[in-house]
Ligand binder design. Structure first.
Ligand code: AMP
Length: 284
């Protein structure tokens, strides 16, 4: 496995393989890799001749009061894990390689971000679209792998890929959870033991909501109220949003198959997100 830090070197390396007709899979990450990321790598390795894992804590997708500085950076461990899953290349550029000091071009999307994380984190998806476009242009992969854990991000990237005519197949991957249901996240590292227990409220309330919907409940407001009520009973939990949206990320009054229950909850100072797509299994 090669660890590459510059765009020039990465392009040179990839050109050799592309000339030989090899297919390339890209797994964009911010590092602190866990089993959720590893599943993406595993899938890319199984579907492409060559897999590039990018590890880059992208400054432009963090708000001024967010956790950019304290975001976990565990490059050595990440390389070890990626290699054990047979990734071929780690692309780990410095911020100055990606954003030149006179850089002033960004990619933004006009729809899909006026709700959920887009509403709560202004500028976040502009940063995401910009870095993902840059990675697409740098790597020019055949396939790119994204987790359904970040369902709004996945939806936005699918739209952006169509809108900007990137000849790239976006591959959505299932949410990977801990044994007790907590969705894996690099930010889970921030949780104290007590908070780790409290964080289960996200999965548990999605589970209860899914059960009520299976039994016939279709009022979004009733489900949202139930979830908010459950969360309010957890000492260190505070709702950022609880929403039920359609695939256009718009609130729905009456729940239908394919709609999404999406949550963002602060557990102490750690903001966690999770979601469930109605009609799909909510599996561990
Ligand atoms: P991040 O490093 O958090 O930016 O995530 C990189 C990619 O991994 C994104 O496409 C995420 O959606 C995906 N991902 C993160 N956590 C999980 C998870 N628990 N299950 C599936 N995919 C995930």
């Amino acid at each position: 496995m090669k660890i590459i830090k510059t765009i020039k070197e990465l392009r040179e390396e990839l050109n050799i393989h592309k000339k030989n007709g090899k297919t390339v899979g890209l797994v964009p990450t911010m590092g602190a890799l866990h089993d959720g990321h590893c599943k993406l790598i595993e899938r890319s390795v199984s579907e492409n001749d060559l897999t590039v894992v990018s590890i880059f804590v992208n400054p432009t997708q963090f708000g001024p009061n967010e956790d950019f500085n304290k975001y976990p950076r565990t490059l050595e461990e990440d390389c070890r894990k990626s290699e054990s899953y047979n990734a071929d290349i780690i692309f780990n550029p410095d911020a100055s390689e990606i954003y030149k000091s006179d850089s002033c071009t960004f990619v933004d999307i006009e729809k899909l971000q006026n709700n959920l994380c887009g509403l709560k984190r202004p500028g976040h998806f502009k940063g995401v679209c910009t870095i993902v476009s840059k990675l697409f242009n740098i790597v020019m992969p055949d396939n790119a792998y994204f987790g359904k854990k970040d369902i709004q991000q996945l939806t936005i990237i699918e739209q952006m890929t169509r809108d900007l005519n990137f000849p790239i197949n976006i591959v959505p991957c299932e949410i990977i959870r801990e044994k007790d249901g907590l969705a894996m996240s690099s930010r889970n590292k921030y949780l104290s033991d007590k908070e780790r227990g409290e964080a289960l409220i996200l999965f548990n309330s999605l589970n209860e909501a899914a059960e009520l919907i299976t039994q016939g409940e279709n009022s979004s407001q009733k489900i949202i109220n139930m979830i908010k009520d459950k969360i309010s009973r957890v000492e260190n939990a505070e709702v950022d949003y609880v929403s039920i949206v359609n695939r256009s990320m718009e609130d729905t009054a009456s729940i239908k198959t394919g709609d999404i229950i999406a949550l963002a909850v602060f557990i102490g100072s750690t903001r966690l997100i999770d979601n469930h797509i109605i009609g799909e299994p909510l599996c561990l």
